[in-house]
Design a protein around this ligand. Structure first.
Ligand code: SAM
Length: 286
């Protein structure tokens, strides 16, 4: 058996003296079938360079290394990070040379960490800590443009928000920003029973595929995200109002939006990321 089941997860936690904490979103997967499903949906293949956030005791980690992929895991918890190489070496000795742990807060991961790896990660696979899943995703997408695909497990509500499109009740700033980078879709539901401890929220799997052609430059992205932040800070207001902090007074905001071909009286939740980009480009020209 090369994956962790319920008995192995409890035994490891006991040996390390780990009591899962809510603060760090520690709900460990105890079901090898779910692990294999996640790895399959992520499309991980031999020699892919994968990054996992929050490997915990190693449940998903071992499912990824089992494919022959190269894996870098980012873990904030000292005890868990210290134990992982030993767990991989014991359960999959052949994988030990293509696995490493970086002990840090994923929100503080920088290019300096990545430059020490065999190459930039190209696939993200993670059972994300629920209270910080959106900030972590946004940080990684900005930090690692080399990521071409991903599969993350998140709280159901968060997953539906990320995958929502314009016009939907769930559509918001994370949805719009996520689409800057690529396509997101709900890839499956997950039973609460596959976790230890059992969480009091539902989870979903969300898949990511990077755009073949980037929507714009890094400067475009920064300008567009400023507009998205302003628009969703007051999602009930008309855009000619909510965008004034970025575009200027009412007359200019209206003129820019007219030039962009976007109705100044619509609201944030109606706008696609392409609409935000059109407004940003019009602002540079008007
Ligand atoms: N991947 C493991 C599994 O599926 O069983 C554990 C997933 S658990 C939901 C989340 C993991 O993320 C925990 O191991 C926790 O310590 C770690 N974590 C929490 N906040 C983190 C952060 N800011 N940066 C990196 N890891 C974090």
């Amino acid at each position: 058996m090369s994956l962790l089941g319920p008995a192995e997860v409890r035994e490891l936690a006991e040996r390390l003296g780990v009591t899962p904490t809510k603060k760090l979103g520690q709900n460990f997967v105890i079901d090898p079938n779910t692990v294999r499903k996640i790895v399959r949906l992520a499309g991980v293949e031999k020699d892919d360079r994968v990054i996992e956030i929050g490997p915990g005791l190693g449940s998903l980690t071992l499912g990824i290394t089992e494919t022959g992929a190269d894996l870098t895991a980012i873990e904030i918890d000292h005890r868990l990070a210290a134990e992982l190489p030993g767990t991989v070496a014991a359960m999959q000795p052949e994988a030990a040379g293509r696995f490493r742990v970086v002990r840090c807060d994923a929100l503080e991961l920088g290019r300096e960490h990545l430059s020490e790896l065999p190459g930039a990660p190209e696939v993200l696979v993670a059972n994300l800590p629920y209270n910080v899943s959106v900030p972590i995703l946004m940080h990684l997408l900005e930090l690692i443009p080399e990521l071409r695909a991903g599969l993350v497990m998140v709280q159901a509500e968060v997953g539906h928000r990320i995958a929502a499109g314009p016009g939907s009740r769930m559509y918001g700033s994370p949805s719009a920003k996520a689409t800057w980078y690529g396509d997101w879709a709900i890839a499956g539901n997950v039973s609460r029973r596959i976790f230890w401890p059992v969480p009091n929220v539902d989870s979903v799997l969300v898949s990511y595929r990077r755009r073949e052609v980037p929507l714009g430059s890094e400067a475009d992205r920064v300008a567009v995200f400023d507009l998205v932040n302003a628009a969703f800070a007051h999602r009930r207001k008309m855009l000619r109002q909510s965008l004034q902090p970025v575009l200027g007074d009412l007359d200019r905001a209206t003129a820019v939006m007219d030039a962009a071909g976007v109705d100044p009286t619509t609201r944030a939740e109606q706008l696609s990321i392409q609409d935000f980009l059109s407004i940003s480009r019009a602002a540079a020209a008007v």
